[in-house]
Design a protein around this ligand. Structure first.
Ligand SMILES: *[C@@H]1O[C@H](CO)[C@@H](O)[C@H](O)[C@H]1NC(C)=O
Ligand SMILES: *[C@@H]1O[C@H](CO)[C@@H](O)[C@H](O)[C@H]1NC(C)=O
Ligand SMILES: *[C@@H]1O[C@H](CO)[C@@H](O)[C@H](O)[C@H]1NC(C)=O
Ligand SMILES: *[C@@H]1O[C@H](CO)[C@@H](O)[C@H](O)[C@H]1NC(C)=O
Ligand SMILES: *[C@@H]1O[C@H](CO)[C@@H](O)[C@H](O)[C@H]1NC(C)=O
Ligand SMILES: *[C@@H]1O[C@H](CO)[C@@H](O)[C@H](O)[C@H]1NC(C)=O
Ligand SMILES: *[C@@H]1O[C@H](CO)[C@@H](O)[C@H](O)[C@H]1NC(C)=O
Ligand SMILES: *[C@@H]1O[C@H](CO)[C@@H](O)[C@H](O)[C@H]1NC(C)=O
Ligand SMILES: *[C@@H]1O[C@H](CO)[C@@H](O)[C@H](O)[C@H]1NC(C)=O
Length: 781
């Protein structure tokens, strides 16, 4: 049965349960969002809970019923609660005084977006700007104290505390600002925290309200990670330097390190396995569990939050737990980095698009795991794998679509090696060509092995040059979709097709690099076309990082292998790279706002690859656009010294929200929307997106703050989008002191060669030392 069916079954099961209990009303988990606490510190927790109960009492009748249905009462910073309500009760509460939004905490909606990378980044910094001395990675890390004074919160699937990446040898005492805890639970107690892993908590009240009590066979009821994902992301941010690390089979061998090796990690486990689904399919992360984690992380004193979690579609800001939690965090100058999603290259798939978040796309590094397929006719086809097996002899080759048990597939599921579809008789002793889709890659391997196959070849889902590799349970390699067609042709045109799979080896300095990963979600921004998203790209293809020893490298239940490091792909992997860069900036400039840190990352990003050519999209032959990478590929060393920053504060974000509903910014009791508030294009963002420009054009305004040297003169250079004229005035800005702010206007008008659709350009302020670049995206219809 395919995963698709599993999902469908699960959803219909939930509906069934709900229908059955109609008499006791259809209760589901809703979040009632009330903004910020008014008198932080003045109200006791009991008083806050009392207030939350009073909303529920009004619809439920009695205090007892109110108490019985409440799940969370957010008490630190975020004001609100979650509870089991009927749709009618939810509607009634939404009309009560002080309620900003009432929304569903959807089960299965938010999911995890699944060491060489840091070396690669310093190579990029060194090679990409011939006019400046190369940046030595150690130099800027030292300047940032390796992140030792900064605390980063990670919302994910928990942590494997025994990993060497989290050892605290030689680390200084925990910063006195830390107020969090190390929560005990199954196989986890306070002894598992140390000076590196300073805090750990877990949140599953909403998970259990949706799915029933956590099955102890599925996960640890504690911050301990059974999945691997949370261990991977947190070690990417802050893992110590661990020499001789490698994935199973020795792939990617080298020194594993996080981007900020001395940063303090605070783990917030919010993602849990869905009963009935395989672990490889991923976890679910409930909005109200995540909001509780944000509320605690803010109160605990974290300075950066990394969230490799998201839906596959965008949700309005005030019905999105990550957007709401981040806004409260950003008010306190906590930087929040989120993954853009893995639904690319389809346009308008980018998620986590709130303008107070750093939204991160994914691209490749300069490493491949070469494992070619040799066909019986002598043709060699490129493949990639991190499966430590040898299958160098020629063996019979068969296409999965020709080896199925009749009746187990339909047209669209044929050839996919879905569970229970392959005929033992036909597959025994052969190498099988499987198509991607419906089930995870590693499950396909499991099916081939189960049917007696010797090995398998996996086709890439879409055209393009990015291959995500896996540690399969039998010899296997993955090939590009066009090459898969070559193999299929060979099978169809030969009586006795044969093949061998060449053992994989790690190859460094592959070209071109980086290129955009085909799966990285892309713009335009589906919620607000006048804010460009994603903001930036970072390594997310085949990334090596620490792993949970309770999970096999494939996460398959039938796979008993245990590894300390594993290779994963996704914007889940790129987000923690950018979170680490934010840590280093925060460590270097403790007083910079969250917007300033994002601006530094964006305006110093690069759009060229190591060859000095434009970074390509997932096809490998077309230049990527700001819809793929926003401002470009991050360069953490350069971001420590950006020259100018585009700042924005919490008030600016509330003013931005006035554009959607003038009552909504009452999130903050001291704020009301003025009669005249700026349009989204005038939010002081480090990139420019303007939609539906008409014949009279549009003028947008930006303000920059000097954070470089004292007296300096910046001049602008620009490339107008094709079909438009762009005027920036003034063209020169004189700064006499650090902290000085200067504003300029950008006027964009349709010009000659104008066509409907999207066009891309850029402008750069430069003082001869710093280059402060912003992309321009314009659309007309
Ligand atoms: C704006 O928000 C308020 C308060 O949440 C709500 O009552 C109102 O219906 C909303 N208006 C629109 C146009 O969505
Ligand atoms: C925590 O658990 C370990 C075993 O995993 C045990 O050795 C240790 O004494 C426990 N520490 C505390 C504080 O309970
Ligand atoms: C999002 O995921 C759901 C199931 O998890 C699927 O039905 C839906 O088609 C997906 N949407 C997109 C835009 O990928
Ligand atoms: C399967 O596809 C073939 C051609 O591609 C078509 O003729 C046939 O009707 C399809 N069968 C089903 C069940 O969709
Ligand atoms: C498939 O595409 C890749 C990347 O564009 C290219 O290198 C390779 O030669 C192509 N293979 C075939 C058989 O055309
Ligand atoms: C940073 O902010 C703190 C407290 O707000 C202040 O004491 C300190 O002087 C500031 N440092 C700089 C370099 O501005
Ligand atoms: C926020 O920034 C604006 C300028 O964009 C400034 O006028 C305002 O005083 C700032 N507010 C706070 C609370 O710092
Ligand atoms: C063009 O758009 C601007 C703002 O977007 C608007 O004020 C103006 O009326 C429009 N002009 C025409 C001719 O539609
Ligand atoms: C800015 O400085 C330049 C060179 O120092 C000078 O030529 C120019 O007049 C100055 N412009 C303004 C507006 O002060």
């Amino acid at each position: 049965m395919s995963n698709h069916y599993l999902v469908v079954l699960l959803v219909s099961l939930l509906i069934l349960l709900v229908n059955v209990s109609t008499s006791s009303a259809q209760r589901q988990v809703y979040i009632v969002y009330l903004g910020e606490h008014r008198h932080s510190g003045k109200q006791t927790w009991e008083e806050i809970e009392e207030t939350h109960h009073s909303y529920l009492q009004a619809v439920k009748g009695s205090k007892e019923e109110a108490k019985a249905c409440i799940i969370y009462s957010y008490k630190n910073v975020i004001n609100g609660f979650s509870a089991l309500l009927t749709p009618q009760e939810a509607t009634t509460i939404s009309e009560m005084e002080g309620v900003i939004s009432v929304f569903h905490s959807h089960p299965t909606k938010s999911r995890l977006h699944t060491t060489r990378s840091w070396d690669f980044i310093s190579l990029l910094e060194a090679n990409w700007d011939a006019t400046r001395p190369p940046i030595n990675q150690d130099q800027f890390l030292r300047r940032a104290g390796y992140g030792k004074d900064v605390i980063v919160g990670v919302l994910d699937s928990g942590v494997w505390p025994e990993s060497q990446s989290f050892n605290d040898e030689g680390m200084e005492p925990i910063p006195s600002s830390w107020k969090g805890i190390c929560e005990s639970g199954v196989a986890f107690n306070s002894s598992h925290c140390n000076k590196k892993l300073i805090g750990a908590r877990y949140y599953l009240k909403s998970y259990e309200a949706n799915f029933g009590p956590l099955d102890p066979k599925l996960d640890f009821r504690s911050p301990r990670d059974i999945n691997g994902h949370g261990t991977h992301t947190s070690s990417t941010i802050g893992g110590r330097r661990v020499p001789n690390a490698a994935a199973i089979g020795g792939f990617g061998y080298g020194t594993a390190t996080g981007g900020a090796p001395l940063v303090r990690l605070a783990i917030y486990k919010v993602c849990w396995p869905v009963p009935g689904q395989t672990r490889a399919e991923g976890n679910t992360c409930l909005d109200d569990d995540m909001l509780a984690a944000f509320d605690d992380a803010i109160a605990d004193g974290v300075q950066v939050i990394s969230v490799s979690i998201g839906r596959n579609t965008s949700t309005p800001y005030i019905q999105d737990g990550i957007a709401i939690g981040s806004l409260h965090a950003v008010k306190r100058n906590i930087v929040v980095a989120c993954s853009a999603g893995n639904s690319g290259p389809t346009p308008s798939t980018v998620t986590n698009v709130a303008p107070w978040i750093i939204t991160v796309g994914a691209s490749s590094i300069d490493r491949v795991f070469s494992s070619p397929v040799l066909l019986g006719n002598g043709i060699q086809v490129q493949g990639e794998s991190v499966t430590p097996h040898k299958l160098s002899m020629m063996h019979p080759l068969i296409y999965a679509g020709d080896a199925e048990i009749p009746g187990t597939t339909i047209n669209e599921t044929s050839g996919l090696c879905l569970p229970g579809t392959l005929s033992k008789e036909l597959v025994q002793g052969k190498i099988v060509l499987c198509l991607r889709g419906y089930s995870t890659n590693v499950e396909k391997g499991l099916e081939v092995r189960g049917a007696g196959g010797l090995g398998f070849i996996l086709q890439n889902p879409v055209d393009g040059i990015s291959i995500s590799v896996d540690a399969h349970v039998l010899p296997g390699t993955a090939v590009l979709s066009n090459d898969s067609a070559t193999i299929l042709n060979y099978i169809k045109s030969n009586k006795n097709p044969t093949a061998s799979i060449v053992s994989a080896r790690t190859v460094l300095s592959s070209k071109p690099s980086p290129f955009m990963a085909g799966f990285s979600s892309t713009g335009p921004n589906p919620l607000e076309p006048n804010i460009l998203k994603p903001d930036i790209t970072a390594p997310g293809l085949n990334i090596l990082a620490a792993w949970s020893e309770a999970a096999s490298p494939t996460k398959l239940f039938d796979d008993s292998r245990v590894v300390k490091y594993n290779i994963l792909s996704g914007t889940s992997m790129s987000c923690p790279h950018v979170a680490a860069a934010a840590v280093l900036i925060k460590a270097t400039h403790p007083n910079w706002s969250s917007a300033a840190i994002r601006s530094a990352l964006m305006t110093t990003a690069t759009q060229t690859n190591k060859l000095g050519l434009p970074i390509t999209d997932g096809t490998g032959d077309t230049a990527a656009t700001p819809f793929h990478y926003g401002s470009g590929h991050f360069r953490p060393g350069k971001a420590l010294d950006p020259g100018l920053i585009y700042d924005a504060n919490y008030t600016d974000y509330l003013l931005y929200l006035c554009n959607y509903n003038t009552s909504v910014p009452s999130i903050d009791p001291s704020f009301t929307c003025p009669d005249d508030f700026p349009s989204p294009t005038d939010l002081n963002y480090p990139s420019i997106a303007v939609s539906n420009v008409n014949s009279s054009g549009i003028s947008v305004r930006r303000t920059v703050t000097n954070v470089g040297g004292g007296a300096t003169v910046y001049k602008v250079r620009l490339e107008a989008p094709v079909g438009y004229t762009v005027e920036i005035s003034p063209e020169t800005m004189n700064f006499s002191s650090v902290g000085q702010r200067e504003s300029f206007n950008i006027v964009i008008r349709p010009g000659s060669g104008f066509r409907n659709g999207y066009a891309f350009g850029w402008y750069t302020w430069s003082d001869g030392i710093h280059s402060v670049r912003s992309p321009i995206v314009v659309s007309s219809h």
